[in-house]
Design a protein around this ligand. Structure first.
Ligand code: 4AD
Ligand code: MG
Length: 464
């Protein structure tokens, strides 16, 4: 009986002796002088390939098998045997090789062993066939699975918050407009475009965060999380910014900032542990070829306690250091990547949770401390990537929240439903947002965020 196996399964020694069928894409073909060929086959199930031994006596050996090249798709039936080769437990001795699609050696772009990541970005439709992008896809998948498992085990409800929204959660005005109006001839009200005549009878945008809606559910049902794409129209051409990225946002009722930081720390450690355990081969690859420190870094973090430091204490550290910063670090200024990196890479050499930021540089929804000048915000900073989590205890006092909105030029009437949560049964509550891509970047050591999302959206780039 022929059994369909994945390449990952077929590579296990325990399957030696089985008659199996494997399907995938050829990575390389080598011909032996003894009249047979070796095919390296990959189907995405694991980093490693399986070696297929195709005998010259197979009926399509001369016509097809001998011409197979990188990118060709095949189904191979045969017997799994113990491999005499080093670094592989098994190999497949083919009894039949069916060729589904060929890939012209002259034009198939992935002939060369190594291409630059920049070049591969122009081939978003083919780059998943490379070692690196296969490994990134598996690690990303593992992280997503881990996210859901963690929150399910912790008793959070998975909720779905809208992609199209009328409110600017971060109050930063960096939103993509959603409209069906005829841009060449929009309805006007005076000199202004009349968005009251748009599809939703009001101006609408792609969401920058599901937080406000997650708060609704936390303030009704206790613990909730949302996980989905979020959008920011900031013109940031950096290795850490995307215009479309994925964010997971837990929100907890009856929880203060300390509880929020505890959750964030537990959550990150869980994700790192899962990836090391479930993707050892992919992580080995990243550790060898991308960044020689990633495995050791993750292991160390799992066993350590994150440093927790107030913004004010951080400013003291910058002041006392001999480091020449490009931007000055006066109390009240937003921190730049150079400051974050100084803390995590040089001063503490580990993740740092910074909390209690100046109120003027943080959004309206953060709880104002008794000192009146700081808010209960927290950012989790990690070496190299910088901020991967941003969160806070939420302002749960109606009057203070209204005041903060006015302070940031937001109209409280637009947020009447958000204010209602403080009017009826208000509770202390907290939450945060973890950027999925920055997390995958940190885990894998990939330098550019565009290489850890299948189809990056950045200024000027949306082809694939
Ligand atoms: O710090 P941010 O802006 O926080 C929020 O949106 C809150 N509403 C979250 C909450 O409390 N529920 O974003 C959270 C995280 C950042 O720490 C970062 O990891 C990621 O989202 N992020 C980005 N990732 C890629 N590209 C961008 N342009 C990003 N902006 C934020
Ligand atoms: Mg932030």
């Amino acid at each position: 009986m022929l059994e369909e196996l994945s390449v990952a399964e077929a590579r296990h020694a325990e399957n030696v002796g089985r008659e199996v069928v494997l399907q995938g894409w050829v990575r390389t073909r080598r011909d032996s002088k003894a009249g047979f060929s070796f095919l390296e086959l990959n189907d995405g199930s694991s980093f490693g390939n399986i070696q297929v031994v195709a005998d010259g006596k197979l009926e399509n050996y001369e016509s097809q098998i001998k011409h197979l090249s990188a990118g060709c798709s095949v189904t191979v039936a045969g017997l799994l045997k113990q491999s005499p080769g080093k670094g592989q437990a098994t190999e497949l001795h083919a009894s039949r090789v069916t060729v589904h699609g060929t890939a012209d050696v002259e034009t198939y772009p992935l002939q060369k062993k190594r291409h630059s990541f920049e070049f591969l970005r122009t081939l978003a439709h083919l780059r998943p066939r490379t070692n690196t992008f296969g490994a990134v896809a598996r690690v990303r998948n593992c992280v997503c699975n881990s996210i859901h498992q963690f929150f399910q085990e912790e008793g959070f409800l998975y909720i779905h918050t809208p992609v199209i929204t009328a409110s600017d959660c971060e109050g930063a005005g960096q939103m993509f407009r959603v409209t069906t109006l005829d841009l060449a001839n929009p309805p006007k009200r005076g000199p202004q475009v009349d968005f009251a005549r748009d599809f939703f009878d009001r101006p609408t945008f792609l969401t920058v965060s599901g937080q406000l809606e997650a708060e609704i559910f936390a303030c009704s049902l206790g613990k909730a999380y949302t996980f989905g794409p979020t959008f920011r129209a900031e013109n940031s051409n950096t290795a850490r910014h995307l215009a479309e990225f994925w964010m997971v946002e837990p929100e907890m009722a009856f929880c203060d900032l300390d509880g929020d930081m505890d959750l964030a720390e537990r959550f990150l450690k869980r994700i790192f542990r899962d990836v090391l355990e479930k993707c050892p081969e992919d992580m080995q690859f990243f550790n060898q070829r991308i960044d020689k420190t990633v495995i050791e870094t993750l292991r160390r973090i799992i066993d350590s306690r994150f440093v927790r430091l107030s913004y004010t204490e951080a400013v003291e550290i910058f002041r006392a250091s001999d480091e020449k910063f490009e931007f000055p670090v006066d109390w009240g200024a937003d921190l730049q990547a150079e400051h974050e990196r100084y803390l995590t890479e040089r001063h503490f050499k580990c993740p740092v949770i910074l909390f209690d930021y100046p109120r003027a540089i943080k959004p309206f929804y953060m709880y104002v401390n008794d000192d009146g000048r700081t808010v209960r915000a927290m950012d989790v900073l990690v070496p190299k990537v910088g901020e991967i989590i941003g969160g806070s205890q939420r302002e749960d006092r109606l009057d203070v929240l209204r005041e903060r909105m006015l302070e940031q030029d937001l109209d409280p009437d637009d947020y009447w439903w958000y204010l209602d949560l403080r009017r009826y049964g208000t509770v202390p509550h907290s939450g945060f947002g973890l950027g999925l891509e920055r997390t995958v970047q940190f885990i894998t050591g990939m330098a550019n965020i565009r290489d850890v999302i299948p189809f990056p959206r950045t200024p000027g780039n949306a082809e694939f």
